[in-house]
Write a protein that binds this ligand. Structure first.
Ligand SMILES: Nc1ncnc2c1ncn2[C@@H]1O[C@H](COP(=O)(O)OP(=O)(O)OP(=O)(O)O)[C@@H](O)[C@H]1O
Ligand SMILES: [Mg+2]
Length: 472
């Protein structure tokens, strides 16, 4: 398609064309109406003048007869800019007046006529148009009074010329305007198309150009860019997950295979086999747990679980988690306590929030419980649930070693475990899930210093996640 053809096909150009036609029609209608009405008004004016003259003249006739009438007509005819007069006998002979010739039969017809006439001083010359009225007097005398129509036609011509000019102007301006608007729009759309091509070619970091005019194209570009941003983030996390799986599941799977192989090769008694099988089962369970955690995180991150949002009491959830972990805490010599002032209703995915809270409590028990006894005042884990500024704040505080400030952003990433925790079982996915759950609910996950220990905060909007607003 040629550049010009492309231009003519743009919506902007077509719209301009439609407006152009509408405006041209409107201008034509308006000026046509104006022209016709001016003509009508002038005609009315002439009719009134002529009628007034006739009634004046007939009065003169009544008072002074033919002679007086002829005299007055003669006098009036000489005045500059006067009306047209023709006074004849019954046989049509001219007695007085400033009309030399009228079209045939006009003088015989009583009433209004539009006719051609000539001046007496120019009987063979140019014919002029006039609107005349013929009046019959007693004795067969005829009186013609009229006005030249030249003025009326001049006005009419001027208005018609104005109409043509304005229509021509509308068309020229409309065309050039449409041309420039369309070219501008086309240039921007072309730029967008080019960028989207490079994006489609695999460069996901490309963004559509935003002109900063805040018009509809800009809004579209901003929204598409937000979409690209999201796609890019999803692709990145997708890649991360697959990399992580490949890396972190390969080791335990290899270990599983090696130990089974080893057992087959070396085991002598049934007891040996039993021991080997038990080990395999334990390893598999660990693998299944990791898989489940990964799947849960993936589900939370893709936003799929947002369709299972319900209203539930966060205090009750905390209570449930505490009951579940009570025995484990006791075993480690820790006291588990729930602090809440009353029900804290939240809209969200109950299962995921419960799992997130469980992960936090699990960490607290796992990492803060080394070598303490319940009598130790510092061996307390507190789950607190509060409502604050329309958000539910679920906090798990322990008195353990805590996480150094520098590592706090790192530990929420998948499979990240701090060096000193390697002795404990785990895959480094617990906090990733908590952070994914926070994101899913439009909330926030924070790690703070409990001096000493760790304070993990999960903040959830109580009315559920708010949809991200498309850029205005
Ligand atoms: N309460 C805590 N006190 C001290 N360190 C902690 C605490 N919670 C987490 N950590 C540190 O953060 C790391 C990441 O925690 P996360 O829960 O993500 O993984 P994990 O507990 O190692 O394994 P998983 O939870 O998957 O079984 C832990 O390995 C640990 O080093
Ligand atoms: Mg954990």
């Amino acid at each position: 398609m040629t550049a010009l053809g492309k231009l003519f096909r743009t919506t902007a150009f077509k719209l301009t064309l439609v407006y152009l036609i509408v405006f041209a029609l409107f201008a034509a209608f308006l000026l046509g109406y104006f022209a016709l009405n001016t003509r009508r008004l002038v005609t009315e004016q002439i009719t009134r003048t002529v009628d007034a003259e006739i009634s004046g003249l007939s009065e003169q006739y009544n008072q002074g007869g033919i002679r007086r009438l002829a005299f007055i007509i003669d006098a009036r005819s000489r005045r500059p800019g006067s009306s047209l007069y023709l006074f004849t006998t019954f046989s049509g002979d001219r007695l007085a007046g400033n009309v030399g010739w009228v079209a045939d039969g006009v003088i015989e017809r009583v009433g209004w006529t539009e006719t051609g006439y000539r001046r007496p001083d120019d009987p063979e010359g140019t014919e002029h148009d006039a609107l005349v009225r013929v009046f019959q007097l007693p004795g067969g005398f005829r009186l013609l009074v009229g006005r030249d129509l030249e003025e009326r036609e001049r006005i009419y011509d001027v208005v018609i010329a104005a109409a043509w000019w304005s229509i021509a102007l509308v068309i020229v301006l409309g065309f050039t305007g449409g041309f420039f608007v369309a070219r501008r729009v086309l240039a921007r759309v072309d730029a967008m198309t080019d960028t989207s091509r490079t994006i489609m070619a695999g460069n996901l970091s490309g963004r559509l150009p935003v002109a900063g005019t805040e018009d509809e194209l800009d809004r579209l570009a901003v929204n598409l860019n937000a979409m690209l941003e999201r796609i890019e983030a999803l692709m990145k996390s997708f890649k991360e997950v697959s990399d992580n799986i490949a890396h972190d599941l390969k080791t335990p799977l290899t270990r599983l295979r090696n130990s089974s192989e080893e057992a087959l090769r070396t085991a002598k008694s049934e007891a040996d086999y039993r021991a080997a099988l038990q080990e395999t089962i334990d390893e598999s369970e660990e693998l299944i747990r990791t898989f489940n955690a990964l799947l849960l995180i993936a589900r939370a991150e893709s936003g799929q679980s947002s369709s299972y949002m319900t209203e539930f009491d966060a205090s009750e959830t905390a209570q449930g988690v505490a009951e579940l972990y009570e025995p484990l805490a006791e075993e480690k010599g820790l006291a588990l306590k729930v602090e809440s002032a009353g029900p804290v209703p939240v809209r969200g995915n109950r299962e995921l929030v419960t799992q997130a809270l469980a992960n936090l409590v699990d960490n607290a028990i796992k990492y803060a419980g080394d070598g303490r006894s319940q009598t130790d005042a510092a061996a307390e884990i507190v789950i607190s649930v509060q409502s604050q500024n329309g958000r539910a704040v679920l906090a798990v505080s322990d008195r353990g070693p805590g996480i150094p400030e520098a590592d706090r952003s790192r530990v929420v990433e998948r499979f990240v475990r701090l060096e000193k925790s390697r002795s404990q079982p785990g895959s480094g996915l617990g906090l990733s899930l908590v952070s994914a759950v926070a994101r899913l609910h439009g909330g926030e996950f924070r790690l703070e210093d409990n001096a000493p220990g760790l304070r993990a905060l999960l903040l959830l909007p109580r009315n559920g996640p708010q949809l991200p607003m498309p850029a205005e």
